[in-house]
Ligand binder design. Structure first.
Ligand code: ADP
Ligand code: ADP
Ligand code: ZN
Ligand code: ZN
Length: 877
């Protein structure tokens, strides 16, 4: 046991005794307060179990306990961390990466609370049209009934269902399914038969029907009820109507658009929803022009802009616009003063970055006639506050974000840094901040800002605990807690706890090997880059900050796309490239999903541009993204990869299952016979709390096993189906050693560093990086024919350098098999190990969007204008 308490230079310690959460092996550790502490170790070693599962969970438990007896009862349900004692633990705030997508209505402005300040600014100090009464702050919010545009209800866009979308081929007749948006099968035939009864011609080409008829069929809101003669020809139907013959049934007609909108709004089936979403398109609301607010609110201006237009600007621009007011200058803007203002906003950002205050010291106070003294004071105070807060965000490299950018379109790393900036402004002290890989998604050039932000939190008197894989962050830490040596059962021990340099002496640590590898430069053998088999050339790309970009990607090799955050890497790769190649291959356009996991009609923004050459060499496109593999706890690793099907068959084949006539379906927690009645196979129940996020507690009947007692009686080699789901991939590999069909996918999962995941781990508990690697493993299971294009956005997120090496081996294997791999990446070891590098930039947002350099890693490392080059040189040695 290390004696760390009498370490010089550190004050108070948090002492943990007997921690056994998850895989932790009854560990004792002392961690300094008021310091930057990094928890390191391979994925699955137990870092999070210690930092979040034990330290944060205990701090939260103590907080809950201080609240009320009701909360105490809740703790009993949620459970307490498995630890003997923790002393010296301050209250904690967790800044975890968001799992799954947050609310669609939440934006950069709402997460940072900048929006509410801005609304106050417009309400109190805006320029109103003559005779218009002053508005309340809520009148400037699109999320309140008072403020929302009445036409689009504050969404900014309206759904359109056009004839072109619903009837893609007007040369078809209705009988030949001209109306593609109609429901399939019986329901569609029913609608057609009703039209026959109503006297419409369903056998002429759609375009030959009178416009009046076409419009009625598509757009009517009426729902006439008519007799249907199933299986009759139109002539027979007419005769039957004349005879007043008994119809097969009475049918209700629904217009095609109404059907689409109604189904979209009400169906329980994700599949149906996805189907109808294809016929809907979002278009900017014509009434508010996409600005989401009612007319009165949009008529109020500040610095010449309405709040909707201002919110569309990047934070950098907003700071520029508000800077004069913030320093008490209210004169009309001139060209010259615009430039000096831009400079002063940057100065402010720099000063905040340097840890100072952001007081913009303007002196020349002039008054515009339409701002009263009272308004002027209010304006200056609020604008000043806004500029200061924005400066904190700029310092974290987020100035390129627009205020009204919705959070689902942000990367998890961007979102976490937004929250971090908000915390820096909160002036708390004596708190432990627990963060989860804050460097994810950050270019090394941007990490500087992150380090300064963490230092600021620390200097304000807080403890900063970070779970991190980034070697630079470890080097900068005051203290390192290395957990390991390996994942799951082979981890869970403290290998080292102390100042970073001491880890050098710990031979068992994988982290140490990478952290001090720089010492022997000879180990860095650059490999000879492969030669491309061809080129994919894209021309005239427009997307986000790409304006008419031409780009060429080598085929048959491994390419890394680099650039600072916000430079346009994802716009180029995950959007433009994926969409154009997908289109070329005839993929259906992707359907966006809403926060509840439901498909949404895709929004207007699409890539403009074209493929100039090279696409014919690509037979398949595989976009391995970080979107969740499912939004409910019902999908998990085992179901997603398909290996659960094999496992269930094995259970159904046991003698007991056979004698009871249990088939494979019995062993699914989604099927009524086999699963627990109480929780319907979820394993836990929701507990709703006032003022708190909903928490989940284990199901009182099955205690989380998800199955009913009868099902659990069936065992395979001594284990029940629930026990199999509780195994990690590594454990399952040993257990299913003789079952090829199960072993193969498990081996792939282990090989890309996921050996520590449990088979039944719900999709909702997986990080974006884990979801991405599961998708990759599932992909790797397919037989390889070559000529596929694999696109991955930051595949190393959440991976220890040792796991990155495993992942790279798999990706290089794909290239060796004749495929093309393109990754967006910040990890310089990966970039150095690629065949080709495309560096996007030079800056973020409108300062980016160009290709700064491309070539082999060696070539790009020498490029003058590239902000990546210096970091790449360091790794190439
Ligand atoms: P790290 O943060 O180092 O990647 P974790 O602390 O997340 O590792 O995981 C350590 C071990 O604990 C792994 O074997 C993992 O599968 C297991 N584990 C993580 N979360 C849970 C959980 N909710 N229930 C049971 N085991 C878990
Ligand atoms: P990177 O991948 O290099 O971090 P992105 O391609 O995500 O950069 O972003 C480039 C620019 O486009 C940034 O200014 C960003 O704010 C903007 N942008 C990216 N995605 C969206 C989106 N969905 N909506 C609006 N702007 C976006
Ligand atoms: Zn509107
Ligand atoms: Zn249950």
């Amino acid at each position: 046991k290390q004696s760390t308490r009498n370490n010089p230079g550190f004050g108070a310690f948090v002492s943990v005794r007997g921690a056994r959460e998850h895989n932790l092996k009854d560990i004792d550790v002392d961690i300094p307060r008021d310091a930057l502490v990094v928890f390191s170790g391979v994925s699955g070693s137990g870092k999070s179990s210690l930092a979040f599962g034990t330290l944060f969970a205990e701090a939260q438990r103590r907080y809950l306990e201080s609240l009320s007896p009701y909360a105490r009862r809740l703790i009993d349900q949620v459970g307490v961390p498995d630890v003997d004692a923790i002393d010296g633990l301050p209250p904690a705030v967790a800044l975890q990466q968001q799992r799954g997508t947050p609310n669609v209505r939440s934006t950069v402005g709402s997460v940072t609370t900048l929006s509410s300040l801005l609304r106050m600014l417009y309400s109190r100090a805006g320029t109103y049209p003559p005779k218009q009464p002053m508005l309340y702050a809520e009148d400037f919010s699109p999320n309140t009934p008072q403020g929302a545009c009445p036409n689009c209800h504050g969404l900014g866009y309206v759904y359109e269902v056009t004839e072109r979308a619903m009837v893609p081929d007007p040369s078809l007749s209705i009988r030949d399914r001209a109306i593609a948006s109609w429901p399939p099968a019986w329901h569609g035939q029913n609608l057609r038969d009703i039209l026959v009864t109503l006297g419409y011609d369903v056998d002429v080409p759609w375009r030959d029907l009178p416009k009046k008829d076409r419009d009625w069929i598509l757009y009517t809101e009426e729902q006439p009820v008519a007799p249907v003669y199933a299986g009759f020809t139109p002539a027979q139907t007419r005769a039957a109507l004349r005879r007043k013959a008994e119809p097969s049934y009475m049918g209700t007609f629904t217009g095609a658009r109404r059907y689409v909108l109604h189904t979209f709004a009400t169906t329980q089936s994700a599949l149906m929803k996805k189907r109808v979403a294809r016929f809907m398109s979002g278009a900017p609301c014509p009434v508010c022009d996409g600005r989401r607010l009612k007319r009165e609110a949009l008529s109020v201006t500040f610095a010449g802009l309405d709040i909707g237009s201002l919110s569309r600007l990047s934070l950098n621009r907003i700071a520029e616009v508000l800077a004069p007011a913030a320093s008490g200058r209210f004169d009309a803007p001139t060209k010259a003063s615009t430039r000096s203002r831009a400079a002063s906003a940057q100065d402010t950002a720099k000063r905040v970055a340097a840890g100072g205050s952001a007081h913009a010291g303007g002196t020349d106070v002039r008054r515009t006639p339409d701002l009263s003294e009272e308004k002027r004071i209010a304006a200056q105070r609020i604008a000043h506050d806004l500029v200061e807060r924005i400066a904190t965000l700029q310092a974290l490299g987020l100035g390129y974000l627009a205020m009204d950018r919705t959070t689902p379109t942000l990367s998890p790393g961007e979102l976490q840094r937004l929250r971090l900036a908000t915390q820096i402004r909160s002036n708390l002290f004596g708190v432990v901040y627990v963060l989860d890989e804050p460097s994810a998604g950050l270019h090394p050039a941007d990490s500087e800002a992150l380090h300064r932000a963490l230092d600021q939190l620390k200097d304000a008197g807080n403890s900063v605990f970070v779970v991190e894989h980034d070697l630079d962050m470890m080097r900068r830490a005051d203290w390192l807690v290395d957990v390991g040596p390996d994942a799951g059962q082979n981890g869970g021990q403290i290998l080292y706890s102390g100042p970073p340099d001491g880890l050098r002496a710990v031979a068992a640590s994988h982290t140490g090997r990478y952290l001090f590898a720089a010492d022997d430069a000879a180990a860095k053998q650059a490999r000879t880059p492969r030669s491309p088999s061809g080129w994919l050339e894209l021309r005239g790309l427009h997307r986000n900050n790409l304006h008419g970009l031409d780009a060429r990607f080598p085929l048959g090799v491994f390419t890394a796309v680099t650039g600072v955050s916000g430079s346009g890497k994802s716009s180029l790769v995950s959007q433009a490239l994926v969409e154009l190649v997908g289109d070329h291959l005839g993929h259906e356009p992707p359907v966006e999903e809403s926060d509840s996991g439901e498909p949404q009609p895709s929004e207007i923004a699409k890539t403009a541009g074209r493929i100039h050459s090279g696409a014919d060499a690509i037979k398949r496109l595989v976009n391995v993204d970080q979107k969740p593999i499912g939004r409910t706890p019902r999908s998990n690793l085992a179901t997603y990869t398909g290996l659960f099907d094999h496992v269930r068959k094995l259970f159904a084949g046991t003698p007991l299952a056979k004698s009871r006539r249990y088939n494979a379906g019995r062993f699914s927690f989604n099927v009524a016979q086999g699963r627990c009645e109480t929780c319907e196979g979820e394993g836990f129940v929701q507990v709703e709390l006032l003022f708190m996020p909903t928490v989940y507690a284990p199901c009182p009947t099955c205690h989380g096993s998800r199955y009913n007692a009868k099902t659990l009686e069936v065992v395979l080699n001594g284990r029940s189906i629930a026990e199999v789901l509780a195994m990690t991939v590594d454990e399952a590999l040993a257990f299913f050693a003789d079952e090829d069909a199960v072993r193969r996918p498990l081996t792939l999962l282990r090989d890309i560093g996921l050996g520590y995941l449990r088979l039944g781990q719900p999709a909702t508990e997986l990080s974006g990086g884990e979801a991405q690697r599961i998708k990759l493993a599932t992909e790797l299971q397919r037989s390889q024919h070559g000529n596929s294009l694999y696109v991955l956005d930051e595949p190393t997120t959440g991976l220890h350098p040792a796991d990155v090496d495993k992942l790279m081996a798999q990706l290089h294997g794909l290239v060796d098999a004749g495929n093309t791999v393109i990754v967006v990446e910040h990890e310089m070891r990966v970039v150095a190990d690629s065949d080709w590098v495309i560096d996007v930039g030079p800056g973020a947002g409108e300062d980016g969007g160009a290709i700064v350099a491309s070539g082999t890693p060696q070539q790009v490392a020498r490029a003058k204008a590239s902000r990546t080059a210096p970091y790449l040189r360091r790794v190439l040695g």
